[in-house]
Design a protein around this ligand. Structure first.
Ligand code: SAM
Length: 199
């Protein structure tokens, strides 16, 4: 198993059921977008976008989406599912850790959902660096961190609450930090929804 290599993920998308795939966007993002308590729209990078349910949701809500994944299968799936009149999504096949320089300070928002728990945990500082680098000054990380239940093994590799603080809080200010009550049932109480602004 090498989670650092796209082949690991592609073969699951191709030959197995991607068990993390909710088949739709999470109600946490849907309800937040509907709440009107958002921070405007703009360019958003969706890291490890998978089959792209969140990419479609944010595009439908007026964001200019760059859906990023290093696996081919999910990007092909997403490509087929983008409605013809939806011009707000572009796909980028790229490694989160090797995003080209031209993406530095490009995005108003970065969306994290089940990418952080998918990467090798020893690379989590690098992940935080990538997020920081591609955000514009004062840009926002919208992060739904899962799983926070301390489960052994992975992926998904468990995320400690203190660790989220350690990795991000020094360089970001907290705009929102809640344990959502509208997670899908099997993830209820195991997610933490944060919106962090780049300092
Ligand atoms: C657990 S899946 C989650 C997919 C999607 N976020 C969702 O909620 O359905 C993790 C995704 O991250 C992608 N991924 C893992 N490591 C990556 C990396 N270093 N660069 C880009 N994508 C990566 C995988 O290919 C996979 O599609």
């Amino acid at each position: 198993m090498n989670v650092n290599h796209p082949d690991y993920w592609d073969q699951i998308y191709k030959n197995e059921h991607p068990r993390w795939d909710l088949g739709k966007a999470t109600p946490v993002f849907e309800n937040w977008l509907e709440s009107g308590q958002t921070l405007g729209t703009g360019r958003i990078a969706i890291l490890g976008c998978g089959n792209g349910h969140d990419a479609l949701l944010f595009a439908d809500n007026g964001f200019e989406v760059t859906a990023i994944d290093f696996a081919v299968e999910p990007l092909e799936y997403l490509k087929k599912n983008i409605p013809k009149d939806q011009k707000n999504i572009s796909l980028l096949k790229a490694d989160i850790f090797e995003l080209p320089q031209k993406y530095s300070e490009t995005f108003d928002f970065v969306l994290e959902y089940t990418a952080y728990c998918a990467i090798d945990p020893v690379r989590r500082d690098e992940y935080a660096d990538s997020v920081y680098r591609i955000l514009k000054p004062n840009g926002y990380l919208i992060g739904l961190f899962f799983p926070t239940d301390g489960r052994p093994g992975g992926p998904p590799f468990a995320i400690r609450h203190e660790e989220i603080d350690e990795k991000f809080m020094k360089r970001f200010s907290v705009v929102l930090d809640v344990i959502p009550e509208d997670s899908v049932p099997r993830r209820l109480g195991k997610e933490r929804f944060v919106i962090l602004q780049k300092k």
